[in-house]
Design a binder for this molecule. Structure first.
Ligand SMILES: *Cc1c(COP(=O)(O)O)cnc(C)c1O
Length: 432
C-alpha cells in the first residue's frame, strides 16, 4: 500500500497549519511516519486519500463507540439540519440530553453542556474552586485533562512540590496552583492532604487512565480518594471524558461503584460532533452562572446539530446495553490473541485492558502508573505500529493512548487483527 497522496497533502498542510495538524495527537511524530489523510469512514473502516482501507481502533480517539456513520446518528443529524444549525437560544433537545445524562449517571444532578473535554475540565475546576473558596488542584502524573493551563502539569518529583508546567506559555503562578501526585498511590494523597488539605479545592483524575495508555485503578484506590476528599472537604472530580459511556454505560463510577462530586464528559457524548459537559451535585452546580457566581459561557454550547448526534448515540447505548458486553468480549479476544502472539514471537509485552480500552506495553510490567508506563520500549511500539499499519490496522499512533474497540468491529475483524499482530510481532522480534 502506498501513501503518496497523504504525504503530499501533509506537505501542503504544513504551509498554513502548525505541524500540518489541528491537534498534535494526530501527527505521527512518535512513530516516524507522515499522518494519513482520511477521506471517509464507514462502520469499522477508515479510508485514506490513497484509497487504502484500515480497521479503525482509534474511533476518533474515543467518540465512535458505535462505529462510523451509524444510521440512527445520521438520521438524527439530517433531521436537525433541516431545521437549522444554531440559534444561540434554548432548544428542547438540550433538556432531553440533560435528563438522559442525569438518568445514566446518577451522581450528576445538574449538567452544563460545553464544546469539548478541555472546556469541561476547565469549567469543573473553576466551579470546584468557587464552591470551596480554595485554590489548589490535585492531579495525577500521566493523567490528561485537556489543554487547560493549570492542568498541563505533571510535575513529578516530590510529593508536595509545586507544579511546573509541561507547556511553554503557562504562567508559573498558574502551574503553582497544581499539585501532581503519582497515580495509584493513596499514601501520596494522604500525605499531601495532611500537609495542605485546607487549601485543596479538588482532586481531578481519570478513574481509569487512558492517556498514559490504559491503566486501571488499583483495588480500593477510588474508594480511598473518595474518603480522603470527603474528610477534607475537597471536591472529587472524575474526568470521564474518555471513560464515560465507554467502560460502562454509566462510566467508571458505575463500573467501580464510587460516586464523585463532579464529573466531566466529552468524546462519546457528542457522537462524533463537538460536545463536552460537566455536572455533579446540585449544591455545587448551583454556583454556576446565571444562578451562581462562577462564570462560564459558550456561544455554540448545546449546538442543535451536536446535541442531535450525542442524543442519538446515548439513546442507542442506553437502549442496547448488550453493546457493552459485545465490545468487552471482542476487546478481551483482541487482548488475549495479541498477548499469545507476543509470547509466541518472544516479544516482551504487558497488556492492560478495562472493558473496551486496551493498551499493549512493551515492557515486563505490571503497568500501574506513569513510571511503569513510560518504561515501555517506545521504539518497539513504533515498529509494531508501522507493521500493523502496513497490514491495514489503524492503531493509536502513540504508546500512551488506548485502543478503542467499537461495536462495528466484527469477530472476523478481530481475528484478522490478531493475525496481523502475529506477523507484525515476528517482524518486531527480527528487528530488535
Ligand atoms: C480527550 C480528553 C480530554 C480533552 O478533551 P478534548 O475534547 O480533546 O478537549 C480531557 N480529559 C480526558 C480524560 C480525555 O481523554
Amino acid at each position: 500500500m502506498n501513501h503518496i497522496r497523504s504525504s503530499s497533502l501533509f506537505a501542503q498542510a504544513q504551509r498554513h497549519i502548525p505541524g500540518g495538524v489541528n491537534s498534535p495527537a494526530r501527527a505521527f511524530n512518535a512513530v516516524g511516519r507522515d499522518p494519513l489523510f482520511i477521506e471517509r469512514a464507514d462502520g469499522s473502516r477508515l479510508y485514506d486519500a490513497d484509497g487504502n482501507s484500515y480497521l479503525d481502533y482509534v474511533g476518533s480517539w474515543g467518540p465512535m463507540i458505535l462505529g462510523h456513520r451509524h444510521p440512527a446518528v445520521l438520521e438524527a443529524l439530517n433531521e436537525a439540519l433541516r431545521r437549522g444549525t444554531s440559534y444561540g437560544a434554548p432548544t428542547s433537545s438540550e433538556i432531553d440530553i440533560a435528563d438522559l445524562i442525569c438518568e445514566i449517571v446518577p451522581s450528576i444532578e445538574s449538567v452544563r453542556l460545553v464544546n469539548s473535554g478541555t472546556e469541561a475540565t476547565m469549567s469543573a475546576i473553576r466551579v470546584a474552586r468557587g464552591y470551596t473558596g480554595r485554590d489548589l488542584v490535585v492531579k495525577f502524573i500521566g493523567n490528561y485533562h485537556g489543554h487547560v493551563d493549570s492542568l498541563l502539569v505533571k510535575a513529578g518529583s516530590g510529593l508536595a512540590t509545586l507544579g511546573i508546567s509541561d507547556s511553554a506559555g503557562v504562567p508559573a503562578a498558574f502551574a503553582a496552583t497544581t499539585i501532581a501526585l503519582p497515580f495509584n498511590s493513596l499514601a501520596a494523597v494522604e500525605e499531601c492532604f495532611e500537609a495542605r488539605g485546607d487549601k485543596i479545592a479538588c482532586v481531578i483524575l481519570e478513574p481509569v487512565v487512558g492517556n498514559m495508555g490504559c491503566v486501571p485503578p488499583g483495588e480500593g484506590y477510588l474508594e480511598g480518594l473518595r474518603k480522603i476528599t470527603q474528610k477534607h472537604g475537597a471536591v472529587l472530580i472524575f474526568d470521564e471524558v474518555m471513560t464515560g459511556f465507554r467502560v460502562a454505560l454509566g462510566g467508571a463510577q458505575q463500573r467501580y461503584g464510587v460516586t464523585p462530586d463532579m464529573t466531566t464528559l466529552g468524546k462519546i457524548i457528542g457522537g462524533g460532533l463537538p460536545v463536552g459537559a460537566y455536572g455533579g451535585r446540585k449544591d455545587i452546580m448551583a454556583k454556576v452562572s446565571p444562578v451562581g457566581p462562577v462564570y462560564q459561557a459558550g456561544t455554540l454550547s448545546g449546538n442543535p446539530l451536536a446535541v442531535a448526534a450525542g442524543l442519538a448515540t446515548l439513546k442507542l447505548l442506553k437502549g442496547e446495553p448488550q453493546v457493552y458486553e459485545n465490545i468487552e468480549r471482542k476487546a478481551k479476544m483482541l487482548a488475549q490473541g495479541v498477548a499469545a502472539a507476543a509470547a509466541a514471537a518472544g516479544v516482551t509485552m504487558t497488556v492492560n485492558r478495562v472493558a473496551s480500552m486496551v493498551t499493549f506495553f512493551f515492557n515486563p510490567g505490571p503497568v500501574t502508573d506513569w513510571d511503569s508506563a513510560s518504561a515501555s520500549r517506545t521504539d518497539v511500539f513504533g515498529t509494531f505500529f508501522r507493521a500493523m499499519l502496513d497490514r491495514g490496522i489503524y492503531l493509536p499512533c502513540s504508546q500512551y493512548e488506548a485502543i478503542f474497540v467499537s461495536a462495528s468491529l466484527s469477530e472476523e475483524d478481530i481475528e484478522a487483527t490478531i493475525r496481523a499482530a502475529a506477523e507484525s510481532l515476528k517482524e518486531v522480534a527480527s528487528k530488535s
